[in-house]
Write a protein that binds this ligand. Structure first.
Ligand code: TRP
Length: 342
């Protein structure tokens, strides 16, 4: 009777840009909507994960709500009973299961996590928190509480997903069938389709991925950008001297990036867009068209964002969180009994 579960974290991050929008947000919203007939879809804000590295806490609450609104503005339905939208910290079982799993997790196992090694190298020992060390265990609890089989994650998270499988198997072996084992990374890729090479590039340096950490902001179009300024960023995007519009990410990375943006913004196929610009010997038309489209897109998106029904969002969170507490507590109780706490 229970539908298989798809689960993923909606990362809270204040500076979302159009690369995130087309590369991550929109595909996630589409996936949730399209799969919700056959699957239970859990989308949650990993708010307890959000300060494993230092943040400005006075902004966290507003940021969580802002992020949820962005998903709603991107089309995430708030009235679909198969899609649950919730905040991790509103389901205390996440923290409780984490503690129990911690006690079956090896120190070395966590020390070997590449993301942990990368992040600790950046911050320096004194500022590295135990929470950062523990991050993958909380992530495993996020997944295992709901028996999720399908967890779409980026490459940077696949080691964490493997850990969730390992710890689930470890406890199942010791205590009997407690957890559903999530599909391995390969199975996830087969299910979700390994990313289609959709990588929006930086406008100033089109050999790099568009990234919020760009210092000048000139190569990045943020969802909150003034639409006119965004259009200007397109007009001054780096191109080349080839004098021909070809889709060739090696030879003409800037032009190819604009073609890709053109396709995404217009909803046309990349082939159709390439055909449309075929034979042009200067880049003015391409830039002008993309600039107009970016401007229109941002204007529309920002209107949708301003019009997100906050009451409907809060109601959705409340009902999802009630349902998720029930589901998570059922799993937690099984585990508590297994380890002798109940
Ligand atoms: N760590 C994930 C990321 O950085 C976010 C996340 C937390 C998550 N818990 C999760 C993703 C559980 C999938 C499942 O993207």
């Amino acid at each position: 009777m229970n539908k298989p579960v798809i689960l993923t974290g909606l990362r809270a991050n204040n500076d979302l840009h159009i690369g995130n929008y087309f590369g991550a947000l929109l595909p996630m919203v589409d996936m949730a909507t399209n799969r919700s007939d056959e699957f239970q879809v859990n989308l949650f804000v990993p708010d307890l994960h959000s300060f494993t590295t230092p943040i400005d806490h006075s902004e966290l609450q507003a940021q969580i709500m802002h992020n949820l609104k962005i998903y709603a503005a991107a089309g995430l339905p708030l009235d679909n009973a198969s899609i649950h939208i919730y905040r991790q910290s509103y389901v205390p079982a996440h923290s409780e299961l984490t503690w129990i799993l911690d006690c079956f997790t090896g120190f070395g196992e966590m020390q070997r996590m590449t993301q942990f090694k990368d992040k600790t190298a950046k911050l320096g020992d004194d500022r590295n928190s135990v929470g950062l060390f523990n991050y993958p265990v909380l992530m495993a609890a996020d997944i295992l509480l709901y028996g999720a089989s399908y967890v779409p994650v980026g490459d940077d998270q696949s080691q964490h997903l493997e850990f969730a499988r390992d710890i689930a198997e470890r406890l199942n072996n010791k205590f009997g069938e407690l957890f559903v084992i999530p599909k391995p990374v390969k199975g996830q890729h087969e299910f979700f389709g390994k990313d289609q090479g959709l990588r929006i590039k930086d406008l100033v340096d089109p050999t790099k991925k568009m990234s919020k950490s760009d210092e000048t902001g000139k190569g990045v179009i943020f969802l909150g950008d003034d639409p006119e300024i965004a259009a200007k960023k397109i007009m001054s995007a780096t191109t080349d001297n080839e004098g021909a519009v070809h889709l060739d990410f090696n030879k003409q990375p800037g032009i190819s990036n604009l073609l890709q943006l053109h396709a995404l913004l217009s909803g046309e196929t990349l082939e159709a867009v390439v055909e449309h610009h075929n034979g042009q010997t200067s880049y003015g038309d391409l830039k002008k068209e993309v600039a107009e489209q970016v401007q229109e897109f941002l204007t529309e998106f920002q209107t949708r964002l301003a019009n997100v029904d906050e009451q409907a969002l809060l109601k959705k969170l409340e009902s999802s969180e009630a349902a998720m507490n029930e589901q998570a507590n059922t799993t937690l109780l099984k585990v508590q009994k297994a380890v002798g706490l109940r």
